[in-house]
Design a protein. Structure first.
Length: 310
């Protein structure tokens, strides 16, 4: 396969279409077990619901919490998303609560019957969106990664394995990441899933250090569809997460809310994604070829930004 073909393949796998793509968010706050966890889980789900609904003009937000967080309720919502979402759309599933792992199978705890990771995967596979993100913030969530992973789907878990069974704090910091401008490390007015993961992972580690407690959760992710989960980007891992812009800030947020500028914003993020992949390909290119392609992309990016700033 030629270098150009490889580059085009990478673009098709990680970059959003320039068509008017929508984003479908499904957040589930599962069975709590006691009042304290109920408040924590419900607050996280409620905060996510609010900020995601305010994140753009083309978002569809579904939230299950409390007594509605049942297997039947989840099946119904996922069925609706499967009917509505198109291949060019994005799909994000966020799980908050408790999980269990018996050494073989992970299950997400719901009101009534729990749901196994394999069944979650089946529901997600029915959604036509080619780019998918699953954020599992529960205890034992590391045990869900293998059954959930596939090409075009990024999976984040709060724990490195199914055997880390204590309640997690990762969900709190995941929600915080989507609200804190400090999470926007590259200052492009968008917080990507990779930036949110890095923020929440760092905050989680700091939490255990400040509490002088042994860490019982170690967040991981996998986004190539075939590899082992990792804690840091590199070697191909992290590119899909980096291309997922979850929330926008400043002028980009105004553009996301303005139907007249949505295409321009999508074009900007597409060019930024091309630049990221070009940097990944740098070692296999001549300096002259790399510089020329980078210069062309930067000029295109500047032109699009100028249109957005009008």
């Amino acid at each position: 396969m030629s270098q150009i073909s490889i580059f085009a393949l990478l673009l098709s796998l990680v970059l959003p279409s320039l068509a008017r793509a929508d984003v479908y968010y499904v957040t589930v706050s599962g069975l709590a077990g006691d009042a304290d966890y109920q408040q924590r889980f419900t607050t996280a789900a409620t905060d996510l619901d609010k900020l995601l609904k305010a994140s753009g003009a083309a978002v569809h937000v579904f939230t299950l919490k409390g007594s509605d967080a049942t297997r039947t309720g989840l099946d119904e919502i996922m069925g609706q998303v499967a009917k509505e979402a198109r291949p060019e759309d994005d799909f994000v599933l966020i799980l908050i609560g408790h999980g269990s792992y018996d050494g073989v199978e992970y299950k997400f705890n719901l009101v009534g019957p729990d749901i196994a990771a394999a069944d979650l995967a089946r529901l997600c596979n029915l959604v036509q969106a080619k780019r998918q993100l699953i954020v599992n913030t529960t205890s034992s969530s590391g045990g869900s990664v293998a059954p959930l992973q596939r090409k075009g789907r990024a999976v984040i878990a709060a724990t490195k394995s199914g055997t880390e069974k204590n309640a997690t704090v990762f969900a709190r910091f995941w929600v915080e990441a989507l609200q804190d401008p400090a999470a926007d490390v590259d200052k492009n007015e968008a917080i990507s899933a990779l930036e949110a993961f890095q923020y929440a992972e760092r905050k989680t580690a700091d939490f255990y250090t400040s509490q002088k407690r042994l860490a019982t959760e170690h967040p991981i992710f996998e986004d190539t569809g075939t590899g082992e989960p990792v804690r840091e980007s590199g070697g191909g891992e992290g590119r899909l997460l980096a291309s997922f812009a979850l929330v926008h800030l400043g002028g980009a947020r105004l553009a996301a809310l303005d139907p007249a500028k949505r295409d321009l914003l999508a074009k900007k993020e597409n060019i930024e994604g091309q630049i990221d992949i070009l940097k990944y390909q740098k070692a296999a290119m001549s300096p002259q070829e790399y510089d020329q392609q980078l210069k062309t992309l930067l000029v295109d990016l500047a032109r699009v930004q100028a249109e957005l700033d009008k």
